[in-house]
Ligand binder design. Sequence first.
Ligand code: FA5
Length: 352
Amino acid sequence: DTQAALQAIAEASSLEALQQLKAQYLGKNGLLTGEMKTLGQLAPQERRERGRVLNEIKQRLEQALAERSHTLEAQALEAQLEQESVDVSLPGYAFPSGGTHLISQMQAELLGIFRRMGFSVVEGPEVESEFFNFDALNIPPWHPARDMQDTFWLEGSSEFRIHAPGGQPTRDQGRLLLRTHTSPMQVRYMVEHTPPFKIVVPGRVFRYEQTDASHEAMFYQLEGLVVGEGITMADLKGAITELARGLFGSEARVRFQPTYFPFVEPGAQFGMWWAERERWLELGGSGMVHPNVFRAVDEYREQMGRPRAYETLTGWAFGFGIERLALLRYGIPDIRYFYQQNRLSFLRQFKP
Ligand code: FA5
C-alpha cells in the first residue's frame, strides 16, 4: 500500500525511525524489493507494465524519504542551536592572567635607567665562539682566568663569521660554547661600529656550576660599554651612581674596590649602599677597557678590511647579575626560586 507507506514516512518522528522505514520498503529484504524479485516470473508484456509501476513507487518513496530526512535534520539543528545559544546577560568569569617574571621586570627597569642616560640597548647570541667569549677579551687558552668561569662547551666549531661589507669572511674563530658572560658583545659591537657610543647589553649567560642559594647555571647579566675620546673612570662612577639612584633613590651611594678581570685595567668591583637595610650590595665587575681588547678588535677590523678605530680612544665597561640584585633588593633567600622551582606562589608575589 503505497499511500500507507508514504504516510508512515511523512510521520516518521526521528532519523532512526526513518532509517527503519527505508529498510522496511527498499532494503535488501524490503517489501518493494520483494515485489521486484517476482517480476521475472511474469510474461514480457505484463513484466514491463508492472516494472514501470514498481519503479514509479520506488521513486516516490525515495523522494519522500529524502524530504522527511531533510526536515528532521533541520529540526535537529534548530533544537541544538536553541539549546546552545549564549545568554549574554550572564555574568562573565575571569580568565587567569599571567604576569611578567620578576627578572624581566628588573631588566626592563634597568634598561629604562640606562636609556634615560642615552645608552642604546643591543643583544648578542647565547651560543658564542671561544674567540669572542675569551680570546678577544684578553683571556688566552692557557690563562688561569678561564677557570674563573666554568664553561658549557658545545660540539662543533664556530660558524659565526662577521662578514665585511665586501663579503670576505674572516678567520676561524674556534670552538663553540654557551657564553659565560655578556662581555663578548663588547667585542662584537666594537668590531661592527665606529666609536663613540654608549651601549648596554642584557642577556642570559650560562655556567657549568654547582647551584646553591646564590649560584645558578643560567642567569641574566647586564653589560655596559662606553667608548670615546677622553672617557675616564670618573664617567664610570657617574653612570653607576646614576644607576644606584634610579634603583634606590637620590640618597644612594656607590663604592669601587680594586679587583682583577683580564679585559679591564684597572678593574673594580662595585657595590651600592642600600639605605633601607643599612648595608652594601656587591653588584658586579667593571673597569677601563684593556688595551689588549682594543688591539684585538682593531686586528679583527683590519682583517675585514675596516679601518682601525680604537687606538687613540679609551672606554669603560661593567657587568653584573640581575638575579643577585633582585635577591638583595627583595630579600629573596634562594636564587633557585626564579627558574628551577618555578613556583607560582612565589612568582605571583611580584606580579606588577
Ligand atoms: C663577569 O662576568 C664579567 N664579565 C663582568 C665584567 C664586565 C667585569 C665588564 C668587568 C667589565 P663575574 O664572573 O664576576 O664577572 O660575574 C658578574 C656578576 O654575575 C657577579 O657579580 C654576579 O652578580 C653574577 N653571577 C656570577 N655568577 C653567578 C651565578 N652562578 N649565578 C648568579 N649570578 C652570578
